[in-house]
Design a protein around this ligand. Sequence first.
Ligand code: HEM
Length: 542
Amino acid sequence: MAVIDAVLDRLLDGLLGLGRLLSPLCSPFVLLQLSALVVLLLLSLRVVCLLWSHAQFTRRLRCFSKPPTQNWLMGHLGEMRSTEEGLQAVDQLVRTYSHSCSWFLGPFYSLVRLFHPDYIKPLLLAPASITVKDELFYGFLRPWLGQSLLLSNGDDWFRRRRLLTPAFHFDILKNYVKIFNHSSDIMHSKWRRLVAEGESRQDMFNHISLMTLDSLLRCTFSYNSNCQESSSEYIAAIFELSTLVIERRGRILHHWDCLYWRSPEGQRFKQACSVVHGFTRTVVQERRAQLLHRGEPEGPDTTGGEEKKKKRVADFIDLLLLSKDEDGHGLTDEEIKAEADTFMFGGHDTTASGISWVLYNLSQHQDYQDRCRAEVNDLLQDRKTEDLDWEDLSSLPFTTMCIKESLRLHSPVSAVTRRYTKDMTVPGGRVIPQGSICLVSIYGNHHNPEIWPDPDVYNPMRFDPENSKDRSSHAFIPFSSGPRNCIGQKFAMAELRVVVALTLRRFRLTPGGVEVRRLPQLVLRAEGGLWLTLETLDAPQD
Ligand code: HEM
């Protein structure tokens, strides 16, 4: 295509030269007609080139099965639905094609959809230098998240990932477990109050999203927003942005920036972005100033006892302000702001979805729920407080199996997409052509009957070490995998374990009496909320 563009440029130069040569001989009207003809010719040539290159591309994708389309022009456009039926259609695709298929979105866009670990593995393990986040799926997040870890590519991504990785080290994460306990305590007090008032049926998503936002605000900014108890402009703006991104995806006309930023939704997006950016920028600038005046903030506390009370645990902002590469260069304030916004975006809804679906699955299986509860009660037996420590988290093996099985059955993130700057070979000698977009279907992979017999059944025993030892390393990928896997996965798993364990110790959960229809948006939700009935439990007598 680049060669063709260069030829077209040359042609245009030549024609303009000819125009100048002819100008003394022709009238302006004739010249205008001539120019219009030239422009039309060039445009037609461009369209022919596009069609030709698309035909080449389509020919190369023939090694992948193409599901029938309803319309030759629009291809599969409109068939990828963010609804319960859309997910059932993926189940059908997986049953029919077993590992992969091609997918055409209108006459110009095509995707390769992958839903088998053997196909997914080479793609996710490919070096990040040839992996690009495509604008078709990720571009709408850019005005909110900026050039952050999630959206950057190549050397820029590599530098950021190296600077950010130490912030997710065990020694740092350990300190956040106290925060997870505290945020759960606040949510549970609210639940006790609601149950006492007779409102025992509650939407899990609603409560748990506020709780994960609360804990992330404390871990990222050391900020106590009190958002679980009262409304906050910042939190409202985060919810608004998540909703608007989804709405924009669904409206083709809003894909054009020039139309979107003039629409009422675009204006709301701008307004919410300015609230979120204003908040993050202020915190970063204030912290930078404190750092300059008072020196380094305290690192993670290792002293215990009284010392602990005096020290503020280093939060993500502190760690990012201090991070330096081998040349001594750190992140700028704008870069830190983008990363903090990304943690808030990438960390709250995903974890809330994960926790809500575990509680839903356990409400459907009282036997597993009882077994988890017994495990937690055994662990906390003879303790003065109900707080869990980092070390406790490895003593909850069955609860962890229940969490993993829920992340398989109800993965918070249903798919990730990538564009590759090289041809990629997958099993059977099939080649994904350079430049094509690959959709790695986490949902499809986790529901593939070739890998998971009876994929729709919730069975935590699948994650018993004995039962999982022969399974492919890429059969279970809720956090993606390879160089661009989720940087926050240990953080998320720790929070999931603390919240689930404490919830089961304090409450019995039963189904909320409403049919649950899954709603795959930015994360997996349920239409109209995920309603469960809560019963307060007395603390067990030792
Ligand atoms: C259950 C909870 C979570 C799930 C299921 C999850 C899932 C994922 C997935 C699938 C990706 C890959 C995205 C892609 O390739 O486009 C990802 C990336 C990422 N996640 Fe998470 N995530 C969770 C929690 C978190 C938390 C708590 C944080 C931060 C505090 C976080 C921060 C990030 C970031 C920054 C990336 C981009 C990494 C990179 O490209 O290098 N996530 N996550």
